[in-house]
Design a binder for this molecule. Structure first.
Ligand code: SF4
Ligand code: SF4
Length: 104
């Protein structure tokens, strides 16, 4: 699955990668793979910027601007944390939406 082309913030600092493979285990979209003991980015545009790889990397080799859209909420819910939708906004009661919450 590709979301938007060439907008993903995922970055890999290959010099810092120890080849432990944790990022590959936790990535839900098979964005990463191992190549001769070092991770590489295979499908950048499939990255949903959930942040799981960077969060689990012991050497800070991966960075990503995580928490965009509902991805963080989905991951948190799967891990049993507070999974409230991060993009719910209140609409004004006098709008055409007759007030309430929407997910943008
Ligand atoms: S941010 Fe999420 S989807 Fe993107 S590479 Fe890391 S684990 Fe995979
Ligand atoms: S978790 Fe970090 S150190 Fe381990 S393979 Fe992935 S990028 Fe390399």
């Amino acid at each position: 699955m590709i979301y938007l082309k060439d907008v993903v913030t995922l970055q890999l600092n290959e010099k810092n990668c120890s080849g432990c493979g944790m990022c590959i285990v936790v990535c839900p979209h098979a964005v990463l793979s191992m190549n001769h003991g070092q991770v590489q980015i295979d499908n950048r545009d499939s990255c949903m910027e959930c942040g799981a790889c960077a969060m689990n990397c012991p050497t800070d080799a991966l960075t990503v601007q995580a928490g965009v859209g509902c991805a963080a909420a989905v991951i948190n819910a799967a891990l049993g944390r507070n999974g409230a939708c991060c993009c719910v906004v209140e609409t004004p009661s006098d709008s055409e939406n007759i007030g309430g919450k929407i997910c943008c």
